[in-house]
Design a protein around this ligand. Sequence first.
Ligand code: ADP
Ligand code: MG
Length: 397
Amino acid sequence: MTSFEKFLGSGSIFKNVSVLSPHYIPKTLYYREKQIDDIMSYLAPSLKNQKARNILIYGKTGTGKTCSIKKIIGEFEKVQSKAKMHYLNCRIYNSKYRVLQKIMKDYWPELEKAGFGLPFIYEKLLETLRQGNYIIVVLDEIDMVKDLDDLVYTLTRANDEVATGGITIIGVSNKLSFKENLDPRSRSSLNEVEIVFPPYTSEQLQKILEQRVEEGFQPDVVRQSAINLAAAITAQESGDARYALKLLMRAGEIAEERKKNGVEDVDVEEARKRVEVDLIAETVNTLPEMHKITLYAIAKLSLNGSRYYARLDGVNDGFLMSGEVYEEYGICCRQLRKKPRSLRWYREYLNDLEMLGLVLTAPSSKGIRGQTTLIKLGHEPDAVYKITSDVLFGGSG
Ligand code: ADP
Ligand code: MG
């Protein structure tokens, strides 16, 4: 008789899939002892009622910044003190107001209700410090904060205004260049200490993958050559551990679909194609709606090629003109019964999309209808179109 066993997918490949998720924090973080140690040593004063210095942490995506910081927060919380680390993902908390409100809610639950003005929240911040609290603000993906200069200035000023307590900022960024856009004053106050997370090498990725294979897969299922291949592909592309883990997980799924009892090189090769789409989809899903619509408009036009630019220049290298994209954006908004925002906002959206690597922009050469911005998708138009139309129109766009 058939049992349900074979339908339950506790298959022959995986032991525990959650180990392969990007949110899983492994017990040991290899190759980051030095960085973690350094950060902890800089933070230690705040556990002894002294203000710790501000820290900037840099490194490309998937170099272990977020999981290292979370590990540190875990350790920090084990020590009794008047200091608290607040973790904020700035894709969500992307303005001075949101950041301050979020932190202060931890001390003043009444702020849970919306509608308190900034001056009131600022007073609460001073009061918190006067009570002798040490506030450590971790701003992950700090480059997403719109008014960062303002935020840094406000936090620094609060610090200076009171004789007790202290605020320390830990900024975490994927972009080495983000500092260039800061005003010199906030740059120098943010940058008291700098810690770099270098990309992983092929050998390091191999070791990281082996650890997950052991926890996440059934014994002896993943061939060593498949692990090595996933590590090598990743090292060549980016050194991004998140990418390597995705590759491994997809390879496992493909092997399972193919009813194989082992994960081999061919499965990793096949997985490579799917992972790119996954990664784009993940980024797109975290975007606010107007950004999604802008990206959708760019993808839609990219599929057909520029109406103007190609014709004028006699080439089609995938670039669109900013004006035609804005027009298309307006059309898409109306389709979705949303009010299109002004050009000023639209430029913000483009800027944010570029920061995330979803689009590239370049100034046009002079003479094409004056000077305009040219826009190109950072990924395959087909993939981006499918992803954005799925999230906006539920697949029927
Ligand atoms: P970042 O914040 O730098 O983009 P993350 O900390 O989010 O990178 O790491 C991405 C993924 O890679 C996570 O799933 C994490 O568990 C894994 N990872 C990164 N570095 C290591 C490491 N040294 N050892 C084990 N896993 C790691
Ligand atoms: Mg991160």
